[in-house]
Design a protein around this ligand. Structure first.
Ligand code: SP5
Ligand code: ZN
Length: 345
């Protein structure tokens, strides 16, 4: 499959995150994408650099003030104390119910809380550069479909589906899949589907399109009653206004196996067929894998061929956008199994 990748993914290289109050190595690592690239190359897939600039569509879907914050966050962090170079900023205060989120504070950590949904998304020196280049890759993938091609993979990193109009979270800063879908619409398509098969609910993507009928968002994920992002992704979230009926969630319990997962995928494929879209954007998370260190489904590496195969049955131009997946060793194999299953389908 034709693949877009920017080497700038290496610039987002945080050293640690917090897990139950303890500092642990980042699950969302540079090595994840290193392994995907190795597997793509070993199995003969063509990798090229992004050839489109996402700036315009970033400012359509994301709040420009939030974008400016991301661009300058590391400088603001260093301005507090040059010794911060060796550390990473985390939020420690949030504008929860009854507090104001319409006045941007001067305090950097308070700003970080305003623009974050969690304290699990470390920022590093090159985060903006990497996030922007991942968005460029997703927009380039969309353009590649618009040129008449049938399928494409965007090896975006950091991931995107938890990021909303004006917030980061869940290792995500810019919503790559949403930016890809919006690009398809901006260039003349009328209806696009985003199917999110990451283990975690794509709360950012859902929120970006919740009141719209030109994007059908469907997500298969771990039940938010027990799984991140906890506060969105329930079955009764169906969209609002003219978007009513264009948001579909399939939460599944911890321990869900491939047969059970596939039953939900088959329902999603029927939903997609009824919508009659012109293209499909897949938020491709591989954290549904049995060996994933932070997730609880039991899909095996070989099953991912069938995932790709079933997606191909829709016969739609399809852009795969990389999201999560933290079993670093198996990640390359699992990604390429989906892509090759699609190509053989
Ligand atoms: C894109 C994506 O997959 N983001 C996921 C963000 C998940 N963040 C919460 C991590 C919490 C780790 N819980 C670990 C439980 C291990 N026993
Ligand atoms: Zn995930």
């Amino acid at each position: 499959m034709h693949c877009f990748l920017s080497d700038s993914y290496r610039d987002h290289n945080p050293k640690y995150e917090y897990f139950r109050g303890e500092k642990v190595p980042c699950f969302e690592s540079v090595e994840r994408l290193d392994n995907i690239v190795k597997a793509l190359q070993a199995r003969g897939h063509k990798i090229v650099s992004p050839d489109h600039d996402a700036t315009g569509v970033i400012h359509t879907l994301h709040d420009p003030v939030y974008v400016r914050f991301l661009e300058t966050a590391w400088q603001q962090w260093l301005a507090l104390d040059p010794a911060n170079e060796a550390l990473q900023p985390f939020p420690s205060v949030w504008p929860t119910r009854t507090l104001r989120d319409d006045v941007v504070p001067d305090n950097f950590i308070a700003k970080l809380g305003l623009y974050s949904m969690d304290n699990g998304t470390p920022l590093a020196q090159g985060t903006w550069r990497a996030a922007k280049s991942g968005a460029d890759a997703a927009v380039s993938a969309a353009q590649y479909l618009l040129n008449g091609n049938g399928s494409v993979f965007s090896a975006s990193r950091p991931p995107g589906h938890h990021a909303g109009r004006d917030f980061m979270g869940g290792y995500c800063f810019l919503n790559n899949a949403a930016l890809g879908a919006q690009t398809l619409l901006d260039q003349g398509m009328k209806k696009v589907v985003i199917l999110d098969i990451d283990y975690h609910h794509g709360n950012g993507t859902q929120s970006l399109f919740y009141d719209r009928d030109d994007v059908l968002f469907i997500s298969l994920h771990g039940d938010p009653k027990t799984e991140f992002p906890f506060y969105l992704g329930h079955g009764d979230e169906v969209g609002e206004g003219k978007g009513k009926g264009y948001n579909i969630n399939y939460p599944m319990p911890a321990g869900t196996n491939f047969d059970q997962w596939l039953q939900c995928l088959e329902q999603a494929l029927e939903n997609i067929q009824s919508f009659q879209p012109e293209a499909l954007v897949i938020s491709l998370g591989l954290d549904t894998f049995v060996g994933d260190p932070i997730s609880k489904f039991t899909i095996q590496s070989d099953d991912f061929f069938q995932v790709g195969h079933r997606l191909a049955s829709l016969r739609l131009p399809t852009a795969f956008i990389m999201e999560g997946g933290y079993a670093t060793e198996a990640l390359g194999t699992n990604v390429v199994n989906v892509l090759e299953g699609f190509e053989q389908g």
